[in-house]
Design a protein around this ligand. Structure first.
Ligand code: HMG
Ligand code: MG
Length: 297
């Protein structure tokens, strides 16, 4: 397995959107700068969503403007509707991410509409983005289980992923939002989705609630998936996914990939420094196994 793997660092967005300790725009910018220093070049830096829903992501325009000048880096921001699109575009976004769910319960809780309505909302966003030369990534949440509806059938995931792909998303990231998946299920899901959308255009966005994320990623890599979303320090969660913990930690992903002979271009020392910096600010220790091991040395 020697192909290149593309890491999408989601720490500054998914990692911080559910934190109780407020993190200022300045501190988020410093975190992103640290991640760039570590060699991460695709970074999700914020959201243009309702500040009532996610107060942690206010001033995402400031954050994006401050980091957008970095050559060779790509910054993503979440956009749920046309209002969000306008904010993202005004702040200079070159890549946005729309986010749908494979389950109705999470769709309603997270973005206050049905899955079908969300796709309808994204259509004009996609159209405007195409006209403005802005790339659009898609997310499908709850691909391996939903905190409201329970089990989610692969066919539901295939259907929503295909819709986002047909709308023009260049990549669709499959979110195990509550981290309940296991490798066999992750493998089965990727096979099912890849029958409709090319595997190279699928991302794996696995939360680590049950400690299965790395194993699930390994199963996905064996299936041919090559895009991994992760968050420095294993930060992350969503206020509408009660009980779910963070994303798989970027350090753990990098350690595994390098161990498989897959070069990531990430400097582990710098990455752990970035993780330690944000952890200090949040007043907690990193949950990442690799960061903990290296910090204990
Ligand atoms: P709504 O209440 O149905 O929206 O919320 P609305 O259109 O009726 O507007 C209500 C108010 O929100 C209005 O303000 C709007 O102006 C404002 P008011 O008149 O009450 O003062 N508003 C906005 N403000 C800023 N930016 C906007 C925007 N849109 C409306 N874009 C809405 C619908 C989608 C806006 C809301 O539910 C929302 O913002 N949800 C965001 C949820 C979110 O960000 N969740 C976390 C990200 S998803 C995730 O973490 C999963 C993922 O990681 C993958 C995985 O793990 O599975 C991606
Ligand atoms: Mg997530």
């Amino acid at each position: 397995m020697s192909d290149q793997v593309h890491i999408v660092e989601v720490g500054p967005r998914d990692g911080l959107q559910n934190e109780k300790t407020p993190v200022t725009a300045e501190a988020r910018i410093a975190f992103i700068e640290d991640l760039i220093k570590a060699g991460l070049h695709t970074i999700e830096v914020g959201s243009f969503v309702s500040p009532k829903a996610i107060p942690q992501m206010v001033n995402s325009d400031q954050v994006l403007r401050a980091v957008n000048h970095h050559p060779g880096s790509e910054f993503h921001v979440l956009v749920p509707n046309e209002k969000g699109y306008e904010g993202a575009k005004a702040a200079g976004a070159k890549v946005i991410a729309v986010f749908a769910s494979a389950s109705e319960g999470f769709s309603k809780a997270n973005i206050n509409c049905t899955v079908a309505e969300s796709i309808e909302r994204f259509a004009p966003v996609m159209e405007r983005a195409r006209a403005d030369g802005i790339k659009v990534r898609g997310y499908v949440s709850c691909v391996l289980g939903c905190p409201y509806d329970g089990e989610v059938k692969p066919s539901a995931v295939v259907s929503v992923t295909k819709k986002l792909w047909d709308l023009g998303c260049y990549e669709v990231s499959l979110g195990d939002t509550i981290g309940v998946g296991t490798p066999a299920k992750a493998r089965q899901l990727l096979r099912a989705v890849a029958a409709e959308v090319p595997m190279k255009n699928l991302g794996m966005h696995f939360h680590d609630t049950y400690g299965q994320a790395l194993a699930n990623l390994y199963a996905g890599l064996e299936e041919g998936a090559r895009v991994i979303d992760s968050a420095a320090g294993g930060l992350g969660g969503c206020p509408y996914a009660p009980g779910a913990t963070g994303n798989v930690a970027t350090e753990d992903v990098v350690y595994m990939l390098e161990g498989m002979g897959i070069a990531t271009g990430v400097d582990m020392k710098q990455l752990v420094a970035a993780t330690n910096g944000i952890a200090r600010l949040l007043g907690k220790s990193p949950v990442s196994r690799v960061a903990s091991a290296l910090n204990a040395k």
